[in-house]
Design a protein around this ligand. Sequence first.
Ligand code: SAM
Ligand code: SF4
Ligand code: SF4
Length: 352
Amino acid sequence: MAVFKPVVLRSLDRSLRNLRGEKVPILAGHKLLYRCNLECKMCPFWRREDEELLGLADEIRLMDSLAQAGVSFLGFEGGEPLLRRDLPEILNAAHARFHTSLVTNGWLLEHRLPELARHLDLLFVSLDGIGETHDRLRGIPRSFERAVAGIRASREEVPTVISHTVTRDNLDHAERIVELAEQLEVGLTVQIAYDYRTADAMSPERVRLLPTIERLRDLKKEGAPLMESLEYFDAILGSWYHDRPWRCKPWLTINVDPAGRIVLPCYVLQEYKGSLPVWDVDVRALWNSFDWSTYESCNKCALACYLEPSLFRWTDPAHIRQRIVGAGLRYARRAVSSRSRPESSELIQIAT
Ligand SMILES: C[S@@+](CC[C@H](N)C(=O)[O-])C[C@H]1O[C@@H](n2cnc3c(N)ncnc32)[C@H](O)[C@@H]1O
Ligand code: SF4
Ligand code: SF4
């Protein structure tokens, strides 16, 4: 079961102290591969060829570079990270250094959970709609059923959060996903699909998206288990509908591609194309010499991993703990308290 490790909290406090004077990446994302067992319409990654993947020793070298740069939270993704046989060893090494998370499509989750759970502090499972809508977006039949089975198993072991991507084909499913998260007693994170050049354009038209964002914001106010803050929804509404941009701070999150190369300035604009290997770079020096100012008013994406940290009051450690640490622990408690509760839901019966 997840607890926030003192070593991670100490490193977070250290990094926050540094933030007053210099730019430090506190969060890191790392794609372990591009290969995937699903074929989502909006996703560019499964369409790419992987180069030779890093072995465990290089993954550890990468992690040590990130720790030295000031990273406290490391999230793994892909492609589909559960396709990596050496995932337990990689997660074990990461968990000794960072607060860890992973995002998966859930297809292999039930099967692989026993060897992974103890190395994870937070687990995200992607669900893009209920039943057939999810399967259509993900390109493979039964992917909804498999993901929900994975969530049912994982919520007993790890704080688990549904990751929902809003596209033009599932706008009417957002509220039903909130209901499903409530019924399964797990958290929910929501992001809006971005149109990558090498994937199908699935980003919803702004005018059609508006009622969904407003509804999600209302549900958050009413206590829905959404991880995003009210300010997250306000920032999207402000920038896309009222010409009030939010100030993007892409330097708070460092992304590293499957070959160990840093993706600069952000995951989105580079479509996850890395440049220099992270272990060949003095990240702190690079971070403080790079010209980030042109990206501050970008506002092109609404990816929670960039937008939400950009809204944090990073010089206020109590605020950070409440937003990151508090949210994680809330879902840990949900996982425990849900064990004895019966489920009776039409939505869940679809998956049984
Ligand atoms: C790229 S996937 C990798 C991990 C895993 N395969 C999965 O699907 O969860 C990580 C997240 O990115 C989301 N995603 C995929 N294409 C996207 C897009 N065009 N815009 C925003 N998010 C996207 C997915 O829905 C998923 O929640
Ligand atoms: S979103 Fe995830 S599951 Fe879907 S194709 Fe991309 S990497 Fe695979
Ligand atoms: S708003 Fe622009 S700079 Fe910021 S993360 Fe999104 S695409 Fe990158």
